[in-house]
Design a protein around this ligand. Structure first.
Ligand code: ADP
Length: 733
């Protein structure tokens, strides 16, 4: 398959030329505009791609092939150049046709290749085929910001039509640089951002969403380091660490403090004791997450590195997730040492952020994809495979982490979605590319660091050529990965190609079997995005319990565009689901509503709406489930209560306000969850057992439910509402 050694033409089609010094540099362009140097590079690439069109097949290799080759070569002496070529051929970047620019700045691609797809051609009576040209897909790129360069290249490769200054009539696709709300006047087509994604991926909200899942599925969600939300959980954090240290004097944990809205490592620091927290010591208390520091990461060349993977959420309902087969590995620039008081402030040793490490004198820019401070993820896997690592397992763990994380985010995203695009009202549909930052521990377990709603799609990097003078320099590794991700996202979102996702039974860990692009007839490289959901529905649908609670929430919320449930809506929920009885009076229901809503409004001070948000509703639901079903695990209690509610509502024709309750995903989840049991002990984070003191992991200290209750200002009220405990393993009423 990889004919790199014998076919130099194919190598050239994807490999970068050696650095072209003056031509390769572009002066900083305000607004990320295309520079002359970029155009000339495009032209030379065009020439190369055309010359190499006969080698297209060779450039269509996915990660899988590289990895198979890597495995096959383990133990054999390598020809370094051949290895490099294999790496360079992971993904073809396809053919770029030169476009003509209209006076309004919009690009028109000449000679659209007629597509003989269904509905676009017919035979004339004389037998000659008349081919109707398919109208090119239109993309409004006027809000694309820093993704502009990669987006332009992608649109050219697809021979679609770009509208860089917007368009009076509707476009098929709108590409926003920041948020769904970059343009609020879109009523049709598709937008590349979901409403609420930025909010959901702030560090605190992500931690909360994962924590809720950890309460229900502690084993499944142990890929996220133990975290506390500051300032509200400062006391809890402080007490837990003090107790842990008291019981084990040798314990020297390290924690990483991350400001809530921060990015690119801004404001991050390491501490060894809660008293070191600057947010508490300073006059201002800053919203932050403090997290267990993973102190034994996997190292390559003695350096810590992380993985940036691109994940496409193609749709929320039905849930469709794709993972890019290629990603980036970002390396630290100072050899790693386990944290000590001396090295705690060494950012180039502990933080893998590109934006930080590029400032280090040790940062290595490379035109190779497999060396330097930023490399392709496949080159790292290749390296690991050559050392005997089971990289299929690593990939399968990463896929699982991604699916579970998205499942944790979906409930709240659905609430945002319904508020912004209520059912029945005209509006666009949404998709979004997310940037997952993942750390591999020494034992190869992937750990989720964070998810970026707006991962950088820049394909150039800034370089200071002389003091104060910056230039943009092309980054081959970024272009290789990011153009593929954007182009293939567009291909998947092509309005002519949308078809229902197919479900498959078994989870395969084969990562990169080439997937044919929809309707591309082999002209473009195979898709670099791999569908993982609903492909692996069977293995993960049982985790969608909170989505079922969300379906209830949305039903009683109605479709008025708000995100908070009022007291009447909550009462209606209790009544319609017949949850009130002699043990739970409507008066206690009202107290429960006030208690939980008040506490959550304290925790979300920035929120302008009053009422009960989804997270508060989920907490109320957990409380009701625990109260009604005794001696079961929380997960079983919640599933049992869901079954009660769903059965009641199914019996009510046209029941409460809102749409139909049962959804395909949630009902299948109901079937797969209801019979399973979890261990009541809820032992946390077994993966960290080797790196973290057992004392820190004591279940009673860890349980997020305990944390949540302990942090509750109104814990006494909960106690008051809580019925006397019995040990009867059955339904209470
Ligand atoms: P930011 O959004 O500011 O980049 P991150 O959560 O990605 O914040 O953290 C920045 C860097 O800190 C990561 O790229 C990683 O190198 C390091 N890091 C973050 N969390 C942890 C952790 N729990 N353990 C070890 N290293 C971490």
């Amino acid at each position: 398959m990889l004919s790199a050694g014998s076919n130099t033409g194919a190598v050239h089609s994807t490999a970068r030329s050696p650095p072209t010094k003056p031509q390769g540099r572009h002066l900083r362009q305000p607004g990320g505009g295309t520079s002359a140097a970029r155009q000339s590079r495009l032209r030379s690439k065009l020439g190369k791609d055309e010359r190499n069109s006969s080698y297209k097949q060779e450039s269509e290799y996915a990660l899988h092939e590289t990895l198979v080759a890597a495995n096959a070569n383990v133990g054999k002496p390598h020809n370094r150049i051949d290895n490099e070529r294999q790496m360079l051929q992971i993904q073809g970047t396809g053919k770029i046709l030169q476009g003509k620019t209209e006076t309004n700045g919009n690009t028109v691609i000449p000679n659209q290749r007629p597509k003989e797809t269904k509905g676009f051609s017919h035979n004339k009576e004389d037998g000659n085929k008349v081919v109707k040209r398919r109208k090119p897909v239109t993309v409004d790129t006027s809000k694309a910001k820093t993704s502009m360069e990669a987006l332009k290249l992608s649109i050219r490769q697809l021979k679609w039509k770009e509208f860089p200054v917007g368009r009076r009539s509707a476009c098929d696709i709108y590409w926003h640089g920041v948020s769904f709300h970059d343009n609020d006047n879109i009523v049709s087509g598709q937008v590349n951002k979901f409403p609420g994604m930025i909010e959901m991926l702030r560090k605190i909200n992500l931690s909360r969403a994962v924590r809720t899942m950890q309460e229900l599925f502690p084993e499944e969600y142990n890929f996220y380091p133990r975290s506390w939300i500051l300032p509200e959980e400062y006391q809890l954090f402080s007490t837990q660490i003090r107790l842990a240290k008291d019981s084990d004097a040798s314990l020297k944990p390290t924690f990483i403090v991350k400001p809530d809205g921060g990015s690119q490592g801004d404001g991050i620091y390491l501490i060894r004791d809660p008293s070191d927290l600057r947010v508490i010591a300073g006059s201002q208390t800053k919203q932050s997450v403090v997290q267990e520091y993973i102190h034994k990461p996997l190292l390559i060349d003695k350096l810590k590195f992380d993985i940036r993977l691109y994940v496409l959420v193609k749709s929320l309902e039905p849930l469709e997730i794709y993972i890019a087969k290629e990603g980036l590995s970002r390396f630290c620039t100072e050899p790693y040492q386990e944290p000590s008081q001396k090295n705690l402030s060494h950012v180039f040793m502990h933080l893998t952020n590109y934006s930080l490490n590029i400032q280090s004198g040790n940062f290595v820019h490379s035109n190779s994809l497999s060396s330097g401070s930023k490399r392709t993820f496949s080159s790292v896997l290749y390296r690991l495979a050559s050392k005997g690592v089971d990289i299929k397992k690593v990939w399968s763990d990463i896929i699982s982490l991604v699916i579970k994380t998205v499942i944790a985010l979906v409930p709240e995203l659905k609430v945002y979605y319904q508020a912004d695009i209520p059912p029945g009202k005209p509006g666009p549909s949404c998709f979004q590319i997310l940037g997952f930052d993942i750390l591999l521990m020494k034992n190869l377990k992937p750990v989720l660091l964070e998810v970026n709603a707006n991962p950088s799609m820049r394909i150039e990097h800034e370089q200071e050529v002389s003091p104060g003078v910056f230039e943009y320099v092309p980054s081959p590794v970024d272009e290789e990965v990011k153009v593929g991700v954007i182009r293939d996202t567009l291909r998947l979102m092509d309005p002519a190609q949308r078809k229902p996702p197919q479900q498959q039974e078994e989870m395969s860990v084969e990562v990169g079997s080439p997937e044919q692009g929809p309707g591309e007839g082999g002209v473009l490289p195979s898709l670099c995005l791999k569908q993982v959901f609903p492909k692996y529905t069977k293995q993960f649908s049982y985790l969608r319990t909170v989505e079922r609670i969300t379906a209830l929430f949305l039903r009683f919320l109605g479709v008025k565009g708000n995100m908070r449930l009022g007291p009447t809506g909550f009462r209606t929920f209790i009544r319609n689901c017949k949850l009130s009885n002699s043990n739970l009076s409507m008066a206690s229901v009202d107290i429960l509503y006030i208690d939980i809503t008040r506490r959550w409004s304290g925790m979300l001070p920035e929120s302008r709406e009053s009422g009960m948000g989804l997270q508060a509703f989920v907490e109320a639901f957990f409380y009701l489930a625990q109260r009604r079903f005794k001696s079961l695990s929380l997960r079983e209690q919640v599933v049992s209560l869901l079954e009660v509610c769903e059965a009641q509502l199914e019996n009510q024709v046209g029941g409460g306000p809102g749409g139909p309750l049962a959804e395909d995903s949630t009902s299948s989840a109901r079937r797969s969850v209801s019979c399973s049991r979890t261990q009541p002990g809820r032992t946390p984070h077994p993966h960290y057992a080797s790196t973290t003191s057992q004392a820190l992991l004591a279940p009673q200290l860890y349980s997020p439910a305990v944390q949540r209750r302990a942090s509750s200002q109104d814990y006494r009220l909960h106690q008051r509402l809580r019925p006397p405990q019995t040990h009867k393993a059955s339904v209470d009423n």
